[in-house]
Design a protein. Structure first.
Length: 431
């Protein structure tokens, strides 16, 4: 049975449970009025994806007969051992040709992760106010349409377009979190200011900033061969200024090929990783199909730096320059494990290391990158949770587009849909 069929046939609540505890799972069909025939019996088994009992080597926790309750709900109580995926097998749907088996899949989590929900976002997007194709509000609406919970327009050297996106939906109730942002170019290094309360790039040439950069340069130690000390001072100033604005300072696409060579010299990349002036690394960035080697290099470098003991918060971003052009938009994004989507919580969560970068290129299954624990969990979410989440977001995104086109009814329709993802998550997490 495919994951898609399981999701279409079964409504499972909750699908995320605390590890090493007893939990009761309610299972309903998604048709027939959401009820199984009362009293119907199923011979169920609970299979753990990981065998934590090494001596027994028996991933089947139990097998038993379970009867549907009078309200048509199949309730299963079990002890969910460890942090891992679990499968409840033995549920069938009957037809004239026989029985079709389906599976109920869920995941048990340790408290630090169980008390965080999972949100999708893109922290690096462009509009026609720099070198993208569509206006900032269009980019925001399209982001909701593809299932994002938060985003920022981050145009080159321009902060105002992100505010334009926010203002376009200020008068309607909706659930997409639209944050301010920009992409800075203090020199050859590219930096995203995600969520900052003011623009930074426009300050770069002001007299005060020039003095601040000069002061930074005076206290920097001697630079390694191949690193321009003036550039290093500008870079440190820019990262610091983003944090002063309350934003997340992101080091972008270090292995982007510009012309016939990488945009950054290896000595400069080495220096940036050694000093780590950034808050987060754009691990997966907006590379087209013929450029994906750059993402592979960034992932390899990330793991190498972690092996050296460096703690590197990560994000994934599309760096899209058009929502309708057929490439980049929706290919790369971030999953952040945060209790809520408030800006301060998202930034703190990413800095704490609770995020993964996703690549979902056309024709391929989505892949998560980051720490092993979070990657394993993210793949469960990609299969079992986000298809349900995305269906709700898509409808809202289309209504946001209608609002931009002047539909007088779109705002009221958006308000009626508001809170649906939160309610779905309350059911899936059970809190």
């Amino acid at each position: 049975m495919s994951t898609r069929q399981n999701l279409c046939y079964l409504d499972i609540r909750p699908k995320l449970v605390p590890a090493d505890c007893d939990s009761v799972i309610e299972i309903r069909p998604r048709f027939d009025g959401g009820r199984f025939p009362a009293g119907r019996e199923f011979t169920l088994s609970h299979v753990m994806m990981e065998d934590t009992r090494v001596a027994e080597n028996a991933p089947v926790a139990w097998e038993k007969l379970v009867r549907v309750d009078e309200d048509g709900v199949l309730r299963v109580r079990s002890f969910f051992e460890g942090e891992q995926e679990h499968v409840i097998r033995g549920i069938t749907f009957e037809n004239s040709y026989g029985a079709t088996p389906v599976e109920a899949r869920l995941y048990s989590l340790r408290d630090d992760l169980y008390l965080r929900k999972a949100w999708k976002g893109d922290l690096h997007l462009h509009s026609c106010r720099s070198d993208g194709l569509e206006p900032p509000p269009y980019v925001a609406a399209s982001s909701r349409r593809i299932g994002l919970d938060f985003m920022a327009v981050t145009d080159h050297r321009r902060y105002a377009p992100s505010l334009e996106a926010i203002a376009a939906f200020a008068d309607v109730e909706h659930d997409l979190r639209i944050f301010p942002g920009e992409e800075l170019h203090p020199n050859v290094v590219h930096i995203v200011n995600f969520g900052g309360s003011f623009g930074v790039d426009e300050l770069l040439e002001r007299k005060k900033s020039i003095r601040e950069i000069a002061s930074i340069r005076k206290v920097l130690p001697p630079m390694p061969p191949g690193v321009n000390p003036a550039w290093a001072a500008q870079m440190h100033w820019a990262f610091n200024k983003v944090r002063e604005a309350g934003g997340l300072a992101i080091f972008c696409h270090p292995y982007w090929v510009y012309g016939q060579h990488y945009s950054l010299a290896e000595a400069y990349i080495d220096y940036i990783f050694a000093t780590q002036p950034f808050d987060a690394l754009e691990l997966i960035g907006g590379f087209m199909l013929h450029e994906t080697e750059s993402n592979l290099l960034q992932v390899a470098r990330y793991h190498e730096e972690r092996a050296r003991g460096h703690i590197l918060p990560i994000v994934g971003s599309s760096d899209s320059h058009g929502c309708e052009r057929g490439d980049l938009f929706g290919w790369y994004y971030t999953i952040v494990f945060s209790p809520v989507t408030e800006l301060s919580e998202l930034i703190a969560t990413i800095k704490e290391g609770y995020s993964v970068a996703i690549d979902a290129m056309p024709g391929a299954d989505a892949r998560a990158h980051g720490s092993f624990r979070l990657v394993k969990y993210a793949h469960f979410l990609l299969r079992e949770i986000f298809p349900l989440h995305d269906e709700l977001c898509t409808e809202e995104g289309y209504l946001m587009h209608r609002h931009l086109r002047g539909d007088p009814n779109a705002g009221a329709a958006l308000a009626r849909l508001s809170g649906r993802v939160a309610r779905l998550y309350a059911q899936l997490w059970g809190w």
